[in-house]
Design a protein around this ligand. Structure first.
Ligand SMILES: [Zn+2]
Length: 267
């Protein structure tokens, strides 16, 4: 057992936590859920044709761990996700050695609410430095309920570069690829300032939303077998799963949840 494991175990005794993926009382992430975070990189594309390397499918354990990081202050989930993120970033940036990595900026409100920036944490975990050359200049409506073209319209002009960017080459980075509209807006802002945008990398992509125009098959599933990005899972429309151990159970007061058949808080 390494020192790191020993420390984690000691910490788990002092401060019991639940696995961010399944809710089992354990350290940050149980071995079974860790196994679900193995990256399978594939290149997709935004509506405007920007290539995006993604590492994970945003569903099940992956989705719960990412939500734990983004919405439940489980910053301990950043390290296990960073390895997958690193694989996507590396693949997107590899053909462009001088490229700078630009996180899609989050609103100040989101930052204040969380007190941290999940994408920046992922980048740090991947040993990369962010180039903070974009800023939010216009607030947008919540994207979740909007369709693809509505998202694009909602976002247009939302981002701007902090200065002129001539001669600089960029790879955009973000946590989740949904429709790609946000990345397109970020690329537009960088290019408008004279920058060159060669691609993007995201930790995960949403298979259901993306299925209808996924062009990954042709491009670059290749080589790596074990890319298990098959057809989208059973096309149930509801965005959230209603499993008893789903989000609802995990949100907020983990550590003191007492659900039927569940585990109490402190052993
Ligand atoms: Zn687990």
């Amino acid at each position: 057992m390494g020192i790191r494991d020993a420390l984690l175990d000691a910490w788990a005794l002092l401060m019991p936590v639940e696995c961010a993926g399944c809710g089992e009382p354990d350290r940050a992430l149980c071995p079974s859920c860790s196994g679900q975070l193995v990256p399978h990189t594939a290149t997709r594309s935004t509506p405007h044709g920007l290539p995006v390397v993604t590492a994970l499918r945003y569903e099940d354990v992956v989705r719960r761990v990412i939500l734990a990081l983004k919405e439940q202050n489980r910053t301990d989930a950043a390290a296990p996700l960073a390895a997958a993120f690193s694989a996507a970033v590396q693949r997107a940036a590899h053909p462009h050695p001088g490229a700078e990595l630009v996180p899609v900026p989050t609103s100040r409100a989101a930052y204040r609410r969380r007190g941290y920036d999940p994408v920046a944490m992922l980048l740090r975990g991947a040993g990369r430095r962010p180039a903070r050359v974009l800023r939010v200049v216009r607030r947008t409506s919540a994207q979740k309920t909007l369709g693809v073209s509505q998202r694009a319209a909602n976002l247009r002009g939302a981002l701007a570069a902090r200065g002129r960017l001539e001669g600089r080459v960029f790879v955009l980075v973000d946590d989740i690829l949904t429709t790609g509209a946000t990345l397109d807006e970020a690329a537009r802002a960088l290019r408008e300032a004279g920058g060159t945008v060669v691609g993007a990398a995201t930790l995960a992509f949403t298979p259901r939303l993306f299925a209808f125009r996924d062009n990954a098959l042709a491009q670059d599933y290749g080589g790596a077998k074990g890319v298990n990005d098959g057809p989208p899972p059973t096309g149930r429309a509801e965005p959230h799963r209603a499993a008893p151990r789903g989000l609802g159970g995990l949100r907020g007061n983990y550590g003191q949840r007492a659900e039927p058949g569940g585990h109490g808080s402190i052993p």
